[in-house]
Design a protein around this ligand. Sequence first.
Ligand SMILES: NC(=O)C1=CN([C@@H]2O[C@H](COP(=O)(O)OP(=O)(O)OC[C@H]3O[C@@H](n4cnc5c(N)ncnc54)[C@H](OP(=O)(O)O)[C@@H]3O)[C@@H](O)[C@H]2O)[C@@H](O)CC1
Ligand SMILES: [K+]
Length: 485
Amino acid sequence: METVRAAEAELMARLPEGTLMQRAAAGLAATCARLLTGRRGRVYGSRVTVLAGSGDNGGDALYAGAALARRGARVTAVLLVPEKAHPGGLAALRAARGRVTVEQEVGLADFSRADLVLDGIVGIGGRGGLRPEAQPYARAARRGAVVAVDLPSGVDADTGEVPGVALRADVTVCFGTYKPGLLIDPGASYAGAVQLVGIGLEPPAAEVTALQHADVAALLPVPGAESDKYRRGVVGVAAGSATYPGAALLAVAGALHGGAGAVRYVGTAAEEVVRRFPEVLVTEGGPAGAGRVQAWVVGPGGGEGVRQALAEALASDVPVLVDADGLTELGRLGPDALAGRTAPTLLTPHTGEAARLLAGAGGGTPPAADDLAASRLATARRLAADYRATVLLKGSTTVVADPGGAVRVNPTGTSWLATAGSGDVLAGLAGSLLAAGLAPLDAASAAAYLHGLAGREAAGEPGAPTTALAVAGALPAVWRAVRTP
Ligand SMILES: NC(=O)C1=CN([C@@H]2O[C@H](COP(=O)(O)OP(=O)(O)OC[C@H]3O[C@@H](n4cnc5c(N)ncnc54)[C@H](OP(=O)(O)O)[C@@H]3O)[C@@H](O)[C@H]2O)[C@@H](O)CC1
Ligand SMILES: [K+]
């Protein structure tokens, strides 16, 4: 957010005072008017409550409230810190015949009755969760829609963390740029539908980005006329066991749909794999004795040989993706196990595995997985720095962090993907993209993107429970959809 604040300051210095706030408030009021018209047929006569905190976020909300009052809405502003309410916004609201209250009981009653609430308690200047005077609003019942101004109050703009309670919004109108906190859970789950209002800011180079269809289409490998299967890359999969061949089958299914020219399987589930997928090359023994591959996937379905397979794969000079039981083993070894690597390593933990990796990096007891889920951005960044590896942290928002600092959040997830074996498909898919030559950040974020879309496709609309194999089966369709302009 520092970069956003700096960009705002630079732009404000060139514009007449208040210009950006007027643009922001006008965009906000327009969205509110549309929502009220949709719900009640008109703005006139509707009840609007403005929750105004002590900064410019409250100023935006008060000016937007004034605009709605001029169109006949019955607007009440609740001042949470009366002595610090934005003077210009307050004057505008009063001039438009809006009501103002500093009584919290009156405020809460108004809040519960309103057709629409504007949450201008705090925006990107907020620190450390909602303060006591604002907390009752996060818990109170309401019948109307809540529109968050720039950011749901209580969500950390930089990380999506929610220290304490936050005000859940139906719509968030954000100004100038998407704040990371709107894209990463738990913050993202408080934001509702996010609308961007341009205020003339030149977006700074963002620290956290999300890919869209066109970005992914540009990354996906497309075979040229000259490409034979070896030029397109061979991905090696060391996964599963004779007792548990399922993970091997799912990782191979993901890999077959990931753009590599061929899939080589090593491990004790070889018989099952070939029966199901006759096109797969299989080798006895571990990665060291297998033929040449351009990337290894190690760990899904672990099995007896995971320790040896991981050691052999890490000793190779090609990119290695470590998943599942491979991560547990890596957590035991700690970051030193990657120190001698000459090619990139991609780690794909869920939060439980992330906890074991962090314990391996720092010694001591593993942190609680729930705590890591609440701070996904920080967790992914810390793992990437500790292991000097690219990290894809799976979960309600998948976050990919590069050791160089770049972070991508995946916008395509669906909760239907939380199904057994879905991670095995993702590992195979990402490994296949690595073998096809994508950099680890690109391979991981493109794989998460396609996997999320495939999950949605497999679950259907409205969603229904689906299976990991169906997710793998949906990959060709979403690959085509992404490549369709
Ligand atoms: N800059 C621009 O060009 C534009 C900015 N725009 C808008 O301005 C917003 C940023 O405004 P901002 O910088 O005034 O900060 P803001 O988010 O209102 O809060 C700071 C105040 O809140 C307080 N406070 C802190 N933590 C808190 C907490 N947890 N809970 C409660 N209160 C807390 C803190 O008070 P203090 O700590 O001093 O008591 C401080 O006074 C931005 O999000 C966007 O909406 C748009 O108009 C477009 C142009
Ligand atoms: K807000």
